[in-house]
Design a protein around this ligand. Structure first.
Ligand code: FMN
Length: 184
């Protein structure tokens, strides 16, 4: 089984980039092939039906579609922006849905978030579930939200709290079993 992973945050020092790397390490420990993508490599213009009609779908959307077709599932870590998830990812999601069949369909999806707040960006994850559910993804019921993210990592970019580190590893393990049972 192959998985993809990415941080929705584009900034280099992102807490979500740190968190997704830990999830990738946890998946690799379970022997799963997982590819970490950088959404900076998949930048797209704002969706505009005239671009689609006159120019076609962005080549970045086509490359992301190919990546999605190569994988059975996704692990995503996102910041919360204004109680939701960042708009640039909705734009990416929308462009990719213009391919038929929609490349998000039948993918197992694990959602993570990190934020400096005490709720760890969890509200954004409830919004992010919706387009994946619509597009026929299988969103794992459990989600992981890292609160006080600015204080949560040690100098090796590991989670300082061993209970949280264990919870993340266990959740990634449960998600892998979930994804392996989906026969698509
Ligand atoms: C436009 C904007 C809106 C934000 N809204 C929220 C919010 O609703 N809840 C929250 O916890 N943090 C919010 N933040 C703070 C981000 O969670 C914080 O910048 C976080 O570090 C971003 O994730 P990153 O470190 O992965 O880039 C917002 C930041 C920006 C730029």
């Amino acid at each position: 089984m192959k998985l993809l992973a990415f941080s929705v945050s584009l900034r280099k020092g992102s807490f979500n980039r740190k968190l997704i790397k830990l999830a990738v390490n946890a998946a690799q420990k379970k022997g799963v092939e997982i590819e970490l993508l950088d959404l900076l490599d998949y930048e797209m213009p704002a969706y505009n039906g005239d671009i689609e009609t006159n120019v076609g779908l962005p080549e970045a959307a086509a490359r992301l579609k190919q990546k999605l077709e190569s994988a059975q599932g996704l692990i995503i870590s996102t910041p919360e922006y204004n109680f939701s998830y960042p708009g640039h990812f909705k734009n990416t999601f929308d462009w990719v849905t213009r391919f038929q069949p929609m490349p998000w369909t039948n993918k197992a999806v694990l959602l993570l978030s990190a934020s400096m707040s005490l709720v760890g960006g969890n509200r954004g994850l409830w919004h992010l579930r919706v387009p994946f559910e619509y597009a026929g993804g299988f969103v794992f019921p459990l989600m992981f939200s890292l609160a006080s993210a600015h204080q949560a990592f040690n100098e090796k970019d590991e989670l300082s709290n061993p209970d949280l580190a264990q919870r993340l590893e266990e959740m990634v393990g449960s998600f892998i079993r979930f994804a392996e049972h989906l026969k698509y």
